[in-house]
Design a protein around this ligand. Structure first.
Ligand code: SF4
Ligand code: SF4
Length: 337
């Protein structure tokens, strides 16, 4: 496994990291085995979040004896200083560590969220104080909106950026990632497998290997998945013409249905939680029934409020047929729940 430097943080990490969502439904013992296996095979970068239920606790348990040899990143969705400070302390406790290497403000995907965290008594204030106190080392953020992520980077306040990146969601290559790299911001690629929608791991990782400035963090929940991914990194191959044709056909098949979670369609006056509803299908593939219904149940129920006004479809930059997709996902939820 190659070791790379993460932008200006100078943190040295494995060229792929570990995404902490899919271990949520595993038992503690199963999760700890998977995480330890990843470490044994050379993965030294672990990303999680306060909101991923038991993920921090499991990562903390698995890595406590090798803490100095790994880099741990976590996140808070809180926007206020007091609440974010409480989350930092909770994460330290759950991760069983005295410091967090990268603390990220989660899902800064619209102007309002950015202004909220940067305002006096906003979350950035708490994170900055925690850095001064030695509880965290570097400050980052995650986002699904190129425009908001650009604004956040321009503040110069963040050392890392976490953004979706895969062969379907490749827009960040145009402006966002080059800007981040010019400013020596470390780039972490979330959803390298399209959040579970892309099944061809070989194509996904061959595509990503063409972008070595991005450190992907695939969500991993089984040892066989680790073996597959590590195998693709031990024996990297360039994309062939046949691969490119396959990518093109997957892009055109999914293009009309793939929600980029950019949230431009929000707010919906009726309170329909559109992006959360549209991730139901891939979430079903990755998580247990209990986790997925607990996590997305309220969002799925909100579809009943849709009056088909069409405003969301006018705002969606990808021209998704949102009202039809809401119905499709709701039907799947009813079958599944
Ligand atoms: S439906 Fe469209 S606008 Fe809404 S989050 Fe998905 S891609 Fe973005
Ligand atoms: S079509 Fe439905 S989901 Fe879209 S904005 Fe109107 S009420 Fe909301």
């Amino acid at each position: 496994m190659n070791i790379v430097k993460l932008g200006m943080t100078e943190l040295e990490i494995s060229e792929i990291g570990f995404g902490g969502i899919p271990i949520m439904p595993l038992s503690k013992n199963e999760a700890v085995s998977v995480i330890k296996y990843c470490f044994d095979l050379g993965i030294t970068f672990f990303d999680t979040a306060n909101m991923y239920t038991t993920s921090e606790e499991k990562i903390g348990t698995a890595l406590k004896t090798v803490r100095e040899k790994v880099v741990i990143a976590t996140k808070t969705s809180q926007r206020g200083a007091k609440e974010a400070a409480a989350h930092i302390d909770l994460s330290l406790q759950q991760l069983k560590t005295d410091w967090i290497d990268i603390y990220q403000l989660h899902n800064i995907s619209n102007e309002e969220a950015l202004q909220e965290i940067l305002a006096p008594h906003g979350a950035y204030e708490a994170v900055s104080k925690a850095r001064d106190a030695g509880k965290i080392r570097f400050i980052g953020f995650s986002s699904h909106s190129i425009q908001t992520a650009m604004e956040a980077l321009k503040t110069g306040l963040f050392q890392t950026l976490q953004f979706p990146f895969n062969f379907i969601e490749n827009d960040p290559e145009n402006e966002l990632f080059p800007f981040a790299c010019q400013n020596d911001v470390g780039v972490i690629g979330m959803k390298p497998l399209g959040g579970g929608l892309l099944e061809r791991a070989d194509l996904c990782f061959r595509f990503l290997q063409q972008h070595p400035h991005v450190v992907p963090i695939p969500g991993i929940r089984a040892i066989k998945e680790v073996d597959e991914i590590i195998g693709l990194y031990r024996d990297p191959k360039p994309l062939t013409e046949a691969d490119i044709k396959d990518i093109d056909s997957i892009r055109s098949a999914l293009g009309e249905k793939f929600c980029h979670r950019c949230e431009y369609c929000l707010p919906c006056e009726q309170g329909v939680q559109i992006p959360s509803v549209l991730i139901f299908r891939p979430a079903v593939k990755r998580l247990s029934r209990e986790s997925v219904t607990g996590w997305l149940g309220k969002a799925m129920e909100s579809v009943a409020e849709c009056i088909e006004c069409g405003e969301c479809e006018e705002k969606c930059p990808y021209n998704l047929p949102i009202t039809g997709l809401l119905k499709e996902n709701l039907a799947l939820y009813k079958e599944y729940a």
